[in-house]
Design a protein around this ligand. Structure first.
Ligand code: DOR
Length: 425
């Protein structure tokens, strides 16, 4: 069996550690000597974290391979320190049948650089009309379902989704957007949408669906998760539901935590995503909710689009930005380095919670567990350079931002899946 000895690393508490990996597992953590048959990697004081988990990634592929493939998306994930990611169903064809699930699994086993958890559709073709036969999903080992990209509009259909999901042990991940309220508006409604002369959507477009679904959860039961939460009203609903003891969880993206509509520098489509960057008060509420534990996890909503698509102007360009290759450095720099969150909390938000909530099979940096880890240089700053992304998508609002906390080596189940060429490992 392959043996790798990672020497001179630091753990999240800044204590010196060596890590011995045998096959796909961590066999020891501590001060380790005398393993002459192991490949030795000198971490030179870099910090070792468990491999990160991202529960919201658009891998595209199939007919949208020009935007991203399983290969390029999972390479981007590995470069970002992730060892497990969830694949959202708005692929073409849609991930809504056994056939497409099998097709994805085949692609993953042929070409993926990290673990991929399929999150198939709640309704056929994510059209919000016909509920899929969830028995197929249950038999396939699916953990959660979503129509991400869209929310289920019809109350009756959503009620059916709740009932069937509960029967088949599937968790619900909702993209909360009442389309009658949002009208597909490219930006949040406020001064910025007025200034740029485009339609704006209020936070109610999101929170009204959160509210409806929490009522269904209370009545029917199961597990309900709010994807990419963005509005202060939604936070209030989730906070109250948690207090009530309901089984509700939610996630936030780095961009919704760090940017609001005031930061949009003109008609730049790298600031167009769904849900949109909201107002200052929403940003404050999201940050409070992150610190008080109302928000359970951080996900990227990695949504690659081509430059040509993104050059169509605020109204026509598709919603979405990439996130896999900047998430860790953004969160580390803005929350851990600045003293707002501990490294332990970062690991909780980006690894432990997805395991606890969705049962993802990923190591947590313990001896005997899967050897999923990432090594991070906390000292050396680097600027965000989309040209260097391994994702096909270069659509990020964070270009040229100087950040700390970049992954330099990622190991997924004992295999090296990313190595920064500037480090001599
Ligand atoms: O901005 C977004 N882009 N939000 C979504 O929910 C979907 C995603 C995409 O698929 O491009």
């Amino acid at each position: 069996m392959d043996k790798v000895l990672l020497k001179n690393a630091k753990d999240i508490f800044d204590d010196a550690v060596d890590v011995l990996i045998v096959g796909n597992k961590i066999s020891a953590i501590g001060e380790i000597h005398g393993t002459s048959d192991a490949r030795v990697i000198d971490a030179k004081g870099a910090t070792v974290l468990p491999g990160l988990i991202d529960m919201q990634v658009h891998l595209r592929d199939f007919a949208q391979a020009y935007k991203e493939t399983v290969r390029t998306g999972t390479m981007a994930a590995s470069r970002g320190g992730f060892t497990s990611i969830a694949c959202m169903p708005n692929t073409t064809p849609c991930l809504d049948s056994l056939e497409v699930l099998e097709k994805l699994t085949e692609k993953v086993s042929e070409s993926a650089k990290c673990k991929v958890v399929p999150i198939p559709a709640m309704t056929k073709d994510i059209a919000g009309v016909e509920v899929v036969d969830y028995k197929i999903y249950e038999d396939y080992g699916v953990v959660a379902i979503t129509d991400d990209g869209r929310g289920v509009q019809d109350d009756k259909v959503m009620r059916e989704v709740f009932i069937h999901a509960k029967k088949h042990n599937l968790k619900l991940m909702q993209h909360c957007e009442v389309e009658q309220i949002s009208q597909g508006a490219p930006l949040h409604k406020g001064e910025k949408s007025d200034q740029l002369n485009v339609l704006g959507q209020t936070g109610l477009a999101e929170s009204e669906m959160v509210k409806r679904d929490i009522d269904l959860l209370r009545e029917i039961g199961g597990h309900y998760h709010v994807l990419h939460i963005s509005a202060k009203e939604s936070i209030e609903h989730v906070r109250a539901a948690k207090k009530e003891g309901l089984n509700v969880t939610c996630e936030v993206t780095p961009h919704h935590l760090l940017l609001c509509d005031e930061d949009i520098p003109g008609a730049n489509t790298h600031y167009k995503m769904n849900p949109p960057l909201r107002g200052r008060a929403d940003l404050v509420a999201l940050n409070e909710a992150l610190l008080d534990g109302t928000i359970d996890m951080i996900t990227t909503d990695h949504a690659p689009h081509t430059e040509e698509e993104k050059s169509k102007g605020l109204e026509q360009a598709p919603f979405g930005i990439v996130g896999l290759e900047t998430a860790l450095a953004l969160i580390y720099t803005n929350y851990v380095k600045s003293g707002k969150l501990s490294m332990e909390k970062l690991v909780d938000l980006m690894c432990i919670k997805p395991i606890e909530i969705f049962g993802i099979k990923n190591g947590t940096f313990k001896s005997g567990e899967l050897a999923d880890l990432c090594l991070v240089d906390l000292e050396k700053p680097k600027t965000v350079s989309p040209d260097e992304f391994t994702s096909k998508g270069k659509n990020t609002p964070f270009t040229d931002l100087e950040l700390f906390g970049w992954p330099i080596l990622t190991i997924c189940e004992g295999k090296i899946t990313y190595k920064d060429e500037n480090y001599d490992f």
